[in-house]
Write a protein of this length. Structure first.
Length: 50
């Protein structure tokens, strides 16, 4: 799971912190699916612009 380190003033965007070289399924899990499953919060699916 990605941690934002809130409420500290420094911020690392999750999209900058998780390398693009990671496989898409791993990035998806790190950026939301793991937390969604753990806290039982459904994710909203978003369309991706081509």
């Amino acid at each position: 799971m990605f941690s934002s380190d809130y409420p500290h003033g420094d911020f690392d965007s999750p999209y900058d912190a998780v390398p693009e070289s990671f496989p898409v399924d791993l990035r998806r899990r790190l950026l939301g699916e793991n937390a969604s499953r753990l806290f039982r919060i459904p994710l909203r699916l978003m369309a991706v612009a081509a």
